[in-house]
Design a protein around this ligand. Structure first.
Ligand SMILES: [Zn+2]
Length: 292
C-alpha cells in the first residue's frame, strides 16, 4: 500500500470512528432523556412571615434589633407515579385579612395571599389531586392547609408524629397540634424515604430543628439535582455560619444534620434552595410555570 493512501485510509477510519462515538453519545443522551421521568416542580406562595425579632434565629445575640421578611413557599412535585405536596404554607384563615396577623408575643406578622384551592386551580389541579403530603416539619408556617387535602397520605417521620400528636403538645401548642391532628391517612416513616422508588424524589431525614425535621431532594430531568432546605437554615447567613435558632428541639442534632446536609449536597451536586429566602423564592419559576 502506498504511504499517502494508507494515511488517508487511517484518517478516514479515525474520522468515521469519531463520528460513531458522537452518534453513540447522542443516542445515549437521547435514551437518558426518554428514560428520565417527566417531573415538574411547582413553587407556590404560602404567605409571608415578617420576622419582627430576628434575634430568635441564633443562639447568641448576633441578630439583636434586626428584622427580616421570610418567604413561606410550598411546593407541588408532579411525578409520573403521583403527586407530592411539600409543606403547606401558612393558615388559610389569613387569606383576605386586611392586615397581617401579629402573634401575641409580637415576634411574627404573617399573611397569606390566596387559598390552596385557588392556587392549585392556577396549575390545573384541585386539593383532591394530591396523593402524598410531606411537611419539612410541623411548625405553624409549614402546616397551614395540611388538613385540606382529602386524598393525601401524610408521610411523616415517626419521631415527628410522636412529638406533634402528644397530649403535652396538645396542651402547650394547641394550634400546631390541631393543624395536623385530623389528617386521616398517615404513613409513618423512619429515616430517608424514596417517595416514588426511583431516587428522583427523596425525603431526607435531617432532625434537630424538630424531632423529625426533613429536607427534600429532587433530581429533575433538566434542572438536575436540588435540595429544598426545610428549616434547616432560615437564612443564608445561618447556612454560612451554622447558626441554630433559639426555638429548636436539639442543637447538637441540628448541627449534625447541617453536616450531613452539606456532605449530601456536595456528593450529589444539588443546588440548595432555602425555603424562607425571598431571593431563592424569586429565583424559582412561579406557578403556573414550573421547574423541570
Ligand atoms: Zn419555617
Amino acid at each position: 500500500m502506498k504511504r499517502p493512501f494508507y494515511i488517508a485510509l487511517v484518517l478516514a477510519t479515525l474520522i468515521s470512528l469519531a463520528g460513531c462515538k458522537e452518534k453513540q453519545q447522542a443516542e445515549v443522551a437521547e435514551a437518558q432523556q426518554v428514560m428520565a421521568p417527566d417531573i415538574r416542580l411547582y413553587t407556590l406562595d404560602g404567605g409571608t412571615v415578617m420576622v419582627n425579632n430576628l434575634e430568635l434565629f441564633a443562639q447568641d445575640s448576633v441578630y439583636r434589633g434586626q428584622t427580616a421578611e421570610f418567604a413561606d413557599a410550598y411546593y407541588v412535585v408532579v411525578h409520573p407515579k403521583g403527586t407530592l405536596m411539600w409543606d403547606a404554607g401558612l393558615s388559610q384563615g389569613l387569606v383576605g385579612m386586611p392586615e397581617p396577623y401579629t402573634s401575641p408575643d409580637g415576634n411574627f406578622s404573617v399573611s397569606r395571599p390566596d387559598s390552596l384551592a385557588t392556587q392549585l386551580a392556577a396549575i390545573g389541579m384541585t386539593p383532591a389531586d394530591i396523593d402524598f403530603l410531606s411537611l419539612s416539619h410541623t411548625h405553624f408556617d409549614h402546616s397551614g392547609h395540611a388538613e385540606a387535602l382529602p386524598g393525601a397520605t401524610w408521610l411523616v417521620q415517626e419521631s415527628e408524629y410522636a412529638w406533634i400528636s402528644s397530649p403535652e403538645m396538645e396542651a402547650a401548642q394547641p394550634d400546631m397540634f390541631h393543624a395536623v391532628n385530623d389528617i386521616e391517612k398517615v404513613k409513618q416513616i423512619s429515616g430517608d424515604y424514596d417517595v416514588f422508588g426511583d431516587g428522583t424524589v427523596v425525603i431526607k431525614y435531617m432532625p434537630g430543628h424538630t424531632p423529625g425535621h426533613c429536607a427534600l431532594f429532587l433530581d429533575l430531568p433538566q434542572h438536575g439535582p436540588l435540595l429544598l432546605s426545610g428549616d434547616l437554615y432560615h437564612l443564608e447567613l445561618n447556612r454560612l455560619n451554622k447558626r441554630v435558632p433559639i426555638f429548636n428541639s436539639d442543637v447538637k442534632q441540628t448541627l449534625a444534620s447541617m453536616r450531613a446536609f452539606e456532605a449530601f449536597a456536595d456528593s450529589t451536586g444539588a443546588r440548595v434552595y432555602l425555603q424562607h429566602s425571598r431571593d431563592d423564592f424569586n429565583t424559582m419559576p412561579q406557578a403556573p410555570n414550573y421547574l423541570k
